[in-house]
Design a protein around this ligand. Structure first.
Ligand SMILES: O=C(O)CCC(=O)C(=O)O
Ligand SMILES: [Fe+2]
Length: 350
């Protein structure tokens, strides 16, 4: 399999092959690097603050979900040493020989471990400047045997991040006016939640302005938790502009996924984001997508509906089917959600 790391390191590259040329939208250049930044949430106030501090933090989370779909989390308790180790181990994985990595060049979406490039080379019209490693890490844990120690690092990192996700989800449920353990109970999250680890590698590119690392998209799942090495590249769509994300050192970037949009019946919307690349350094981001068990049907929370004023705006869909839909098509904005939106006119006429 070809990969951009190999291409970038071949030493002969002064321009990129045309299949990587990303066709820009008129709005693509609309970047706002001024004062507006993603809200910051102090996690310690959620779990060990006074009831008043917890209440205020839940309000802040609710506002962030409503206005941005993104927030940055500080004082989260995941040790920096573990985060650094996760980045180092990821680098070592991509540094394995192609022959060693080829063992994980999975073909099928639900292969437990998949190493690949772009998004889905079977359907991508444009190739993206990104290699990836995707691992289904929960409820069944999987990990490559190489490099040595990678498996242990992934296991510890994903466990800590999963715990963080569960606490944040409780806060988000409360912010919606639901019982804090609503989602855990409705979807068996404590034991069987699904967690997908995605490590993205964006090697330096000789023409960074003509390619895209990952095109504008929203994430599947309830919540994504992301960290990166020292290099920026994530842009979030907000008020019709792209906002570059420059998270405080040691923080996580958290965003609402499509399934939170479905569950909240459209109150909290998943938000478009993209990853751009640079000409000098390799950027690594480590994302974990947190969702319900694969066979759980996710629809709007019953407690948020009433037939007269708040009808369901999305139909229920199995998480597995949604994943299949998103990952086997081109990654294109929020197009996948359109498949589950209820046409209001249909409901009115019945
Ligand atoms: O690399 C990034 O910052 C974004 C990655 C991302 O959006 C994803 O993995 O879904
Ligand atoms: Fe994403």
């Amino acid at each position: 399999m070809f990969c951009v790391k190999g291409l970038s390191e071949s030493g002969r590259l002064t321009s990129v092959p045309s299949k990587y040329f990303f066709e820009k939208d008129l709005n693509d250049d609309c970047i706002n690097s001024e004062a507006e930044t993603i809200p910051i949430i102090d996690f310690s106030m959620l779990t060990s603050g006074s009831p008043e501090q917890r209440y205020k933090t839940i309000q802040a989370i609710g506002n962030a979900c409503l206005k941005w779909g993104f927030f940055e989390v500080i004082n989260h308790g995941v040790p920096n040493t573990l985060r650094d180790e996760m980045i180092r181990a990821s680098e070592s994985f991509f540094d394995l020989s192609d022959e060693q990595k080829r063992e994980y060049a999975g073909k099928k979406l639900f292969d437990p471990i998949r190493w690949g490039t772009s998004f889905n080379v079977n359907v991508d019209k444009t190739l993206f400047w990104r290699d990836y490693l995707k691992i289904h890490v929960h409820p069944q844990f999987n990990a490559p045997q190489n490099p040595l120690g990678f498996s242990k690092t992934i296991q510890e990192y994903c466990k800590r991040v999963r715990e963080l996700a569960n606490e944040l989800l409780k806060g988000i449920m409360e912010s919606l006016g639901l019982e804090e353990s609503y989602i855990q109970k409705a979807m068996d999250l404590e034991t069987d939640s699904h967690q997908l680890l995605v490590v993205n590698l964006y090697p330096p590119c000789p023409q960074p302005e003509v390619v895209m690392g990952l095109p504008p998209h929203s994430d599947h799942g309830l919540l994504t938790i992301l960290m990166q090495n020292d290099h920026v590249g994530l842009h979030v769509r907000h008020d019709g502009k792209w906002i570059p994300v420059n998270p405080p050192p040691g923080s996580f970037v958290v965003n609402i996924g499509d399934h939170m949009e479905i569950l909240s019946n459209g109150k909290y919307k998943s938000v478009l984001h993209r990853a751009v690349v640079n000409g000098k350094a390799t950027r690594i981001s480590v994302a974990t997508a947190h969702g319900p068990p694969l066979d759980t049907v996710v629809g709007p929370a019953q407690d948020l509906l009433d037939n007269e004023n708040r009808p369901p705006l999305y139909r229920g869909i199995k998480y597995r089917e949604y994943l299949q839909l998103q990952q086997s098509n081109q990654l294109k904005g929020k197009s996948c959600l359109d498949h589950v939106k209820v046409n209001i006119n249909d409901t009115c006429c019945k």
